[in-house]
Ligand binder design. Structure first.
Ligand code: PEP
Length: 252
């Protein structure tokens, strides 16, 4: 049985004081009963505080991105070592906003995935098709390519620290959600693609999260699907009550 993950991507939201308030609220509300892994990804400048505030709780702190090089002349970038020194060992890679607004290609993401593997970091790797691609019935092909291009040069053992987040771009921040059936269909497909490359035991253990307008009202139904192992949450992760309700939905 795969333990569910509920991860909150805070994006470019929450100042330091707001971060402190939200983590304090979450600490009061969240009781995972060891049934759900909870992750939050605040912005870089607030990671140190977030790690300290989350200490002793069930909440793991993740970064929203990182560079693929160890160090160097990369103005504005953050390295794996910089994250790990502040006890951040989980990173979201390939979010569709990084792909769309910061030109992150499969080739760049491949290097980032290799770096996460080399550093022993958990990589929450995002894939997902755009609306036009789904309308043209190309969604399976697109997601398969994203997986193969960025991840499939890694050895099987790398998958112990990879979590896939399927996030159809048309459902992110739009209020549109993939139906639970659409999510299940894609998650099952992703598992099959991983199985074909790495075998059944790797595929069976792989956690595949759904992301795209998950809210307290729809989380339970989406999470009830057999290949949906939790969610990557944007907007609803910014309110403690809503995020906790989604965590609760992950318990059953
Ligand atoms: C996301 O950005 O990863 C996301 C799923 O956002 P939202 O929940 O707001 O659609």
């Amino acid at each position: 049985m795969r333990k569910k993950i509920v991860a909150g991507n805070w994006k470019m939201h929450k100042t330091l004081p707001e971060t402190e308030v939200l983590i304090k609220e979450l600490r009061e509300l969240v009781d995972t009963e060891n049934k759900v892994s909870v992750i939050i990804a605040p912005t870089f400048v607030n990671l140190t505080s977030a790690v300290n505030l989350a200490k002793g709780s069930d909440i793991t702190v993740a970064a929203q991105n990182m560079h693929f090089e160890d160090a160097g002349a990369y103005t504005g970038e953050i390295s794996a070592d910089m994250l790990q020194v502040i006890e951040v060992n989980t990173v979201i890679l390939g979010h569709s906003e990084r792909r769309a607004y910061f030109c992150e290609t499969d080739d760049i993401l491949k290097l980032k995935a290799i770096q996460a593997y080399k550093k022993g970091m958990t990589n929450i790797f995002c894939v997902g098709e755009k609306l036009a691609e789904r309308k043209e019935n190309k969604h399976f092909e697109i997601v398969e390519k994203q997986l193969i291009n960025a991840l499939f040069t890694l050895p099987a053992e790398a998958f112990e620290k990879i979590v896939i987040a399927y996030e159809p771009v048309w459902a992110i921040g739009t209020g549109e959600t993939a139906s639970p059936e659409q999510a299940q269909e894609m998650h099952q497909f992703i598992r099959k693609v991983v199985e074909a490359q790495y075998g059944k035991s790797v595929a069976d253990k792989l956690r595949i999260l759904y992301g795209g307008s998950v809210k307290p009202g729809n989380a339970k139904e989406i999470f009830s699907k057999p290949d949906v192992d939790g969610g990557l949450i944007g907007g609803a992760a910014l309110q403690a009550k809503d995020f906790n309700a989604i965590i609760e939905a992950g318990k059953s």
